[in-house]
Design a binder for this molecule. Structure first.
Ligand SMILES: Nc1ncnc2c1ncn2[C@@H]1O[C@H](COP(=O)(O)OP(=O)(O)OP(=O)(O)O)[C@@H](O)[C@H]1O
Ligand SMILES: CC(=O)N[C@H]1[C@@H]2OC[C@@H](O2)[C@@H](O)[C@@H]1O[C@H](C)C(=O)O
Length: 406
C-alpha cells in the first residue's frame, strides 16, 4: 500500500516527504521508496518556528503555528503526490513527525511543578482533512509517557531496513543534531543501541549565517579553507555531552544559536570589530565547529559503539545519512578520526541519504496502525515497548471502525 512519511527536522531547511510502497509488519516489513521530495521551509514559517523554539511565542502564536504547519505539511504531501502521478485516493495513510519546537526529556522537577515534555507541531486534523486520509502523528509522546527520552525513534526502522548478518553497521544521521545507531551483525531488537551524539549541522549553519550570510556550507567548501582555532576548540570541548553515557538525546535547547553565539563571544570572536580580522577568523571558526561535529560522532563511535561491535568480530561500517553526508569536509574529518572503519554515505550503498527519516516515520506509522510497538526501550530508556503516535482517522465516515485503513 502507498503511504507518505513527512519529516521536518531541527535544521528547519525543508519539509521532507517520502512516498513509499509498504507491506507487511515488524521485521518482515518491505518498504520501497517511490519518490522523495524536499519542499523549502517558507521564511515566515521558519521565523515562527524559531520564535517558538526560543520560548518566545505567545499561546496564540503557538496555536496558529500548529495550524500553519498542518496546512504546510498537507500541501507538501499533495504536491508530492501530484509530482509522482499518484492519485490521492490511493494514499492509505500519512505518518507525520511534526515540527519539534520543544524537547525536554529530563525536566521533571516537582518543586517548580515542571514536567518533562516534547512538542511537535503540525495539526493532524488539518492534514487528515486536507488530504482526506488517516494520519499518524505525535510519535514521541508515548515513549516519554513510558519513561523514555522520546528520541531517537528512527533506530527501530533501521533494524528493520538495514541490519545485516555479516557486517557491524553504525548508522549516523547528520541533520541539525547527529545521532548514531549501532546494529551489530545479526542484531535483534534487544541489541539495538542508539543515541544522539551532539551537534550535526546546527552550529555549522549558525556560523554560516553569522560570518558568510548563507544558510549552510555547501559541500563543506568554506570549512575546507580553515584551520583549528585552539581557543574555540577548548571552549567547545568544555561541553561534555559527548562523554555522557547513553541513553541521551539533545536538541536546539543545548546546541542552538544562543549557545553558538555565546561561545563566539567568549572567545572574543563576535566582539572583534575589525572586519578584516573577522574575515580571517571566519574560515577557522567554521573549520573548528565542523571538526567538533565530526569529533562528537567519532567519540560516540569509539567509546560506546566499538565496544558493542567487538562482540561480533566482522567488518565495521559507518554509514552517514542526512544533510551532513553532503559536507565533504565533515565526511573526510570523520574518515580521518576513525581509521580502520569504512566510512561511507547511504547514497554510496544505493539508498537516499536524505529520505531516511521520512521513510522511517512511514514505517513506524505502519507499525502503529497494526497495533505494534516501534520504540526501542534500550535506546530511549522507556520502561517497555509501546505503540507510538496518535491516530487521526480519515474524516470520511466508513462506519467500520477507525483503524479500517489497512
Ligand atoms: N549540499 C550540502 N552541503 C553541505 N551541507 C548540506 C548540504 N545539504 C544539506 N546540508 C546540511 O544539512 C542540513 C539539513 O540536514 P537534514 O535535512 O538531514 O536535517 P534535519 O532533518 O532538519 O535535522 P534532524 O535530523 O536533526 O532533525 C542543512 O541545514 C545543511 O547544514
Ligand atoms: C526531539 C527531536 O525532534 N529529536 C530529533 C532531532 O534530530 C536528530 C535527533 O535530534 C533525534 O533525536 C531526533 O530525530 C530522529 C528522527 C529520531 O528520533 O530518531
Amino acid at each position: 500500500m502507498i503511504a507518505a512519511g513527512i519529516m521536518s527536522g531541527t535544521s528547519l531547511d525543508g519539509i521532507d516527504v517520502a512516498l513509499v510502497d509498504i507491506d507487511g509488519v515488524g521485521l518482515a516489513t518491505t518498504c520501497r521508496l517511490i519518490s522523495f521530495y524536499t519542499f523549502p521551509m517558507p521564511l515566515d514559517t521558519k521565523q515562527h518556528i524559531m520564535r517558538a523554539c526560543l520560548d518566545k511565542a505567545t499561546t496564540s502564536q503557538l496555536s496558529s503555528l500548529h495550524s500553519e504547519l498542518g496546512y504546510l505539511f498537507a500541501h507538501s504531501v499533495q504536491e508530492a503526490l501530484k509530482r509522482a502521478h499518484i492519485a490521492s485516493k490511493d494514499l492509505r495513510f500519512i505518518a507525520s513527525h511534526g515540527q519539534t519546537v520543544w524537547h525536554a526529556p529530563n525536566s521533571h522537577d516537582s518543586n517548580s511543578c515542571t514536567y518533562s515534555s516534547t512538542l511537535q507541531l503540525g495539526n493532524s486534523a488539518i492534514i487528515a482533512w486536507e488530504c482526506q486520509t488517516t494520519v499518524v502523528s505525535d510519535f514521541r509522546s508515548m515513549d516519554m509517557a513510558a519513561g523514555g527520552q522520546g528520541a531517537p525513534l528512527v533506530p527501530y526502522s533501521e533494524l528493520v531496513l538495514y541490519a545485516k548478518d555479516s557486517t557491524n553497521r553504525a548508522l549516523v544521521n547528520i541533520g541539525g543534531i547527529s545521532n548514531i545507531t549501532a546494529l551489530k551483525a545479526k542484531a535483534q531488537i534487544d541489541d539495538v543501541f542508539a543515541f544522539d551524539c551532539g551537534p550535526g549541522n546546527m552550529m555549522i549553519d549558525e556560523v554560516c549565517r553569522v560570518f558568510f550570510g548563507c544558510e549552510f556550507d555547501e559541500g563543506g567548501q568554506l570549512a575546507a579553507r580553515g584551520n583549528l582555532n585552539p581557543q574555540l576548540w577548548q571552549r567547545l570541548c568544555d561541553n561534555k555531552f559527548y562523554e555522557q553515557n547513553p541513553p541521551k538525546s539533545t536538541g536546539r535547547e543545548m546546541f542552538g544559536a544562543q549557545y553558538t553565539r555565546s561561545l563566539l563571544r567568549q572567545c572574543n570572536i563576535l566582539n572583534a570589530t575589525d572586519a578584516l580580522l573577522k574575515s580571517e577568523y571566519a574560515y577557522d571558526v567554521l573549520y573548528t565547529f565542523t571538526h567538533y561535529s565530526a569529533f562528537c560522532i567519532a567519540e560516540a563511535y569509539k567509546h560506546f559503539v566499538k565496544p558493542h561491535f567487538a562482540q561480533q568480530p566482522c567488518k565495521d561500517q559507518l554509514i552517514v545519512s542526512g544533510g551532513g553526508a553532503h559536507n565533504k569536509t565533515l565526511m573526510s574529518m570523520l574518515d580521518n578520526m576513525l581509521p580502520g572503519v569504512m566510512v561511507c554515505s547511504q547514497h554510496d550503498l544505493g539508498y537516499s541519504s536524505d529520505a531516511k527519516e521520512a521513510i522511517a516515520f512511514a514505517l513506524m506509522g505502519n507499525e502503529t496502525l497494526h497495533g505494534r510497538a516501534s520504540n526501542v526501550p534500550r535506546v530511549t530508556g522507556a520502561k517497555c515497548s509501546v505503540v507510538l503516535g496518535n491516530v487521526t482517522p480519515c474524516p470520511i465516515p466508513t462506519n467500520s471502525g477507525v483503524l479500517d485503513v489497512l
